[in-house]
Each structure stands twice: as C-alpha cells, then as structure tokens.
Ligand binder design. Structure first.
Ligand SMILES: [Zn+2]
Ligand SMILES: [Zn+2]
Length: 564
C-alpha cells in the first residue's frame, strides 16, 4: 500500500501550511483528503486515481497534488515547502499554547528548534526570562508539553491499519511467509500504541535483510525472537515476533492479548497440563486459534471482544452484535465545510443501500467551517427537497450540527430548531474549561428539547487533544433522564464516544447512534469500517442503536424528546 506514504506526505504538508498561516479552508480540505486516503481499503494507483479524483472534481489544486503523488511518488510543491520549514519547528507549534509567533520567538531568542531544546530550556528555567512568557507562561508550557508528549504515543486505529497494510505489502512481496496481525490493532482498539505482528522464525533473516536494505524502514532493536522498527513516515513502532511454525496459532492468541485474557488462558491451560514457553505463549502444537478455544471448551471470542471476554462469554447468546446500519445521521455537505454536494452524498448513500440519511451542516458560530446563518439554513432545506425528488428510495432528513456555547445554549434560533427533523449538539470550542463549567454546559444543552443527539461528546482528537474534563456518571444520568441520544462518532481521529466510555454509557438506559461525520461522500464508509468496532467492543446491543431501525421507527425516536 502506497497510501500510507501519500497520506503522511499530505500530513506533513498540512502541518507546514498551518505554520505558514494559509487559509483554514485549504487546510480543512487537505485534511479531508488525507482522512479519506487513510480509510481506503484499496491502494491508490495510476489506474484507479480517476475513480478517487471524481470526489474532488471541483478542487483542481487537490487533484494536481494527488496526481503528482500517485504518478511520481513525490510532489514538488510539498518538497519545496518542507525544505523551507524544518519539521522539528513545525512540531513545536503543535504544543498547545505555542503558536507560530511564540515558536519564532523561542527560535530567535533561545535558539530552540525542537522539543528536546524546549525541554532543556524549561529545565534550566530560561523561558521565564522571555518577556512574552514569564514564570506563569513557563509553567503552562511545561504542563502543556507533558500532556502533548503523552498524546504522542497514541495513534488511531485507522492509522495503524494503514501502516499495517503498507508493511505487509512490502514484506510479503519479498518473502514467502505470511505476516499475521496481533496486538491491540487486531482487537480493533480505538487508540493503539504500537503494532504487534507474528510470523514464523524461519523468516527471520529474510525479513531482517529487507528491513535493513529498504529505505522506508528504521531499525530500533532486535533479539533472536523479535525485531522492532519504525518507518520514515511515522513515529508508530512495529514489533515482529518470530515463533516456531508449530506454535503460530497459540502465539497469535498470546500476542493478540490483552493481558487479562492471557492470564485466564494460562490458568485454563494448567488443567490440561499445558506449559508456557519462555516468551509466554502456551506450548500447544499445530492448532489454530479457533481449535485452541475448542480444546479448552470455550466459545470462540473474536479479537475485538477479548478486552471484555468475561462479559462477552456470559452475554453473547442474548446480544445482537452484528449491526445492520440503515442510515447515517451526521453528514456535512458543501453548504458548510464538506466537499460533496447534497446530490453526491445522497447518490452515494443510496448506492450503499441506506434507507435514510441526515444532512447536518455546521451553524453560524463555527466560522472556520462556513457555519450557516438562518438564510443559508433555509436555502439548504430547499436544496434537500429538490434532491429528494430524484431519489425516491431514500429519505433525507434535515438537521444541523449546532454549536453548544459555553452556557449550554446553541447558535440556532428556536423558530428554526422547531422546523428541523432533529438537531445535533456539539462542542467545537472552549475545550479547556473546568469540570463544573463543562457539566453545566452539557446539562443545559441536554435539557433543550430540540437537541436530539450529542455528537463526539468527549471532544478528544487522537494524538492531538485529550478528552474534556467531564463527570461521566452525571453526564450519562442526564442523557438517560432527558432521552438525549449519544453519538459514537466514526471519524478516524475522533472515535468518540470511545469504546471504554461507550461501555460505561451502556450501563444506563441510553440509546446510541453511530455516525460517520463525513465531509466527502466516500467517508460515509467510516461507520462500517470504524464506528461499529467501538460499539462491538463496548458490547452494545443492536437494539440500542437508533440508526439500525427502519425509517418510521427512527422518526419515532427522533420525536420522543420533543413530544415529552
Ligand atoms: Zn462536530
Ligand atoms: Zn460534524
């Protein structure tokens, strides 16, 4: 897969453009392209680029960059810009509180060019001497730096998957051994910290040579039974574990984890007089994973259920964990910051077999996303009516994604709210308020009879922004009381609610909706590829997900709150 390289070149480009203060619109659009490439399950090449380009037909600059990257593996414009601005300096501006201006001051006054320099300068208390920073500023930067460093070890599931496909493709091309996925990525965890792979030990020399001699890879560590490395394009580390062929099945089970499940299996194995190897896997020869479950008289637990294996085994016959998604309730069109027209979105959704979709563009407070004022909202309604006539097999619901202000009110007048089929309430700014402020904000919003769904409730962005400070117990109680639905947002770096918060929320009488938050029509596939994994891992029954119901039942759900 070359997608991983293209994707990372685009990410570097976006970061450099941010540094240059280029228009936010361009940055948003390029991020939409990068996210879409990250989610593709086919490799972009000269033959299929036309199919992909059609989604960006009105964006000539995007098509030009894409074509260059796919045809030549490089893009001159990106390379020129990256030569101009050192990557380490760009990284510095990603720390909250250090914008371009401060990064420039740090560079000029203290010759700080990267995070390491910054760390040393903080230790030596040098930052406080800069007029614009002072002692308080120094403390704040230190705090933000620590939080930032923590996030740097966190990568989204989809990024991991894209890197895994890249490695598998590169390695299997040159060696005859299959490389198996294990670890948290195989368990479809929303955040992963590394990639764990398993293969047979006779491939060791072969794989070691490839890694050493291919310019894409950087070796970090190696012993007899593993090689640790990363790629030139990302900090995400990969570990390949080498095991004897006869133990492939039991090793795959072991390296997939999690720890609690391995401890349970080890105890189980004692009853069968099976011992473990020095590495840790059970010495069970020539059996597949499935056969090992059978040997232990256990039902097969798919990797995504292994974090909650106990509950899964107990409830699996009562739960329906295969979701038949009938529609998507969170989609952006070119009426706000999306790229596709309403026509293109409906066409795609109808081809996917959806029975309904909801168009929910941003409203006016979100200026960077072309948030709609009332006239624009009314204009969009007319457009929806027009498109609806062309697609008799799919219903189009009209909503908005309103901004929840700091006091819990939203940026849409009540007479408009009344007219909409439903309303999503979201927080898009002021993420760093105290728990008290955040709770008041959300509680007020949930008590608004027109707010049907709270989208991406925690506000996290994987690798970039931590969750807001929220009393989740109170939050879930209020959602239950007010009959507000909670979203599982499928966007790659959101996955919000996370699977652990979804698991907690599922203990209350709450209904969910899994949405794509698509900003271009191929992103409608986010639900299927990413969002449903969160709900599965949280063991949420299909009946509790409103967009698995047919249109008339869905309409009933959307009216519950207004009618009570
Ligand atoms: Zn949003
Ligand atoms: Zn959205």
């Amino acid at each position: 897969m070359n997608n991983f390289i293209i994707l990372n070149k685009l990410i570097d480009y976006i970061d450099a453009l941010k540094f240059k203060n280029v228009s936010k619109r361009v940055i948003t659009e390029l991020k939409i392209v990068a996210d879409t490439i990250q989610s593709l399950n086919f490799d972009l090449n000269k033959d299929n680029i036309v199919l992909f380009e059609k989604y960006f037909v009105e964006k000539e600059y995007i098509r030009k960059i894409l074509r260059e990257l796919v045809y030549n593996g490089r893009c001159e414009e990106i390379e020129t810009l990256l030569k101009e601005i050192p990557k380490s300096l760009i990284k510095l501006t990603k720390i909250p509180g250090i914008g371009n201006r401060l990064a420039n001051i740090l560079y000029k006054e203290l010759n700080i060019v990267d995070i390491n320099d910054l760390k040393i300068a903080i230790k030596e208390k040098k930052l406080r001497n800069i007029k614009e920073i002072g002692i308080k500023g120094e403390e704040l930067i230190n705090k933000n730096l620590n939080a930032y460093n923590k996030l740097q070890n966190e990568f989204s599931y989809s990024l991991g998957l894209s890197l895994y496909n890249f490695i598998k493709d590169k390695l299997e091309k040159f060696c005859n051994y299959e490389i198996f996925l294990a670890g948290s990525l195989r368990r479809k965890k929303d955040i992963i910290k590394n990639i764990n792979l398993v293969t047979e030990n006779s491939s060791f020399n072969n794989i070691y040579e490839i890694l050493k001699n291919t310019s894409d890879f950087i070796l970090i560590d190696k012993k007899d039974n593993f090689i640790k490395f990363k790629t030139f394009y990302s900090e995400l580390e990969i570990i390949i574990n080498f095991v004897p062929e006869k133990y492939l099945g039991s090793s795959l089970l072991y390296f997939t984890g999690p720890k609690s499940f391995n401890i349970f299996l080890k105890e189980k194995a004692k009853q069968y007089n099976i011992i473990e190897s020095v590495t840790g896997f059970l010495k069970i020869e020539n059996l597949t994973e499935k056969e090992i479950f059978f040997l232990f008289s256990l039902p097969f637990v798919a990797p995504e259920f292994r974090d909650n294996w106990e509950l899964y085994i107990e409830l699996k016959d009562k739960l329906s964990l295969e979701y038949s998604i009938k529609g998507d309730l969170h989609i952006h069109s070119n009426f706000s910051d999306g790229i596709s027209s309403i026509y293109e979105i409906v066409k795609e959704a109808s081809e996917m077999g959806y029975k309904y979709i909801g168009i929910t563009d941003h409203t006016e407070d979100l200026k960077v996303a072309k948030g709609m004022k009332r006239e624009r909202i009314l204009e969009e309604r007319l457009e929806i009516k027009k498109v609806e006539r062309l697609f008799p097999n799919i219903k189009i619901l009209f909503g908005v994604e309103a901004n929840i202000r700091i006091d819990g009110s939203v940026d849409v007048d009540e007479d408009i709210l009344k007219e909409l089929d439903y309303v999503i309430g979201s927080i898009h700014f002021n993420f760093n308020e105290t728990k008290e402020v955040n709770m008041k904000r959300y509680i007020n919003a949930m008590n608004n009879p027109y707010i049907t769904i709270i989208a991406h409730p925690s506000g996290r962005k994987i690798g970039e922004r931590k969750e807001m400070d929220i009393d989740w117990k109170r939050f879930f109680i209020e959602a239950e009381k007010t009959k507000t639905f909670l979203e599982i947002n499928s966007t790659l770096d959101r996955l919000d609610l996370s699977s652990s918060l979804s698991f907690e929320a599922n203990k209350y009488n709450i209904l969910f909706t899994i949405n794509s938050d698509a900003h271009v029509s191929p992103q409608l596939s986010f639900i299927k590829n990413f969002g449903i994994n969160i709900a599965k891992r949280a063991l949420i029954d299909e009946k509790r997900i409103i967009n698995t119901y047919d249109y008339y039942e869905l309409q009933r759900f959307l009216k519950i709150k207004r009618d009570t």
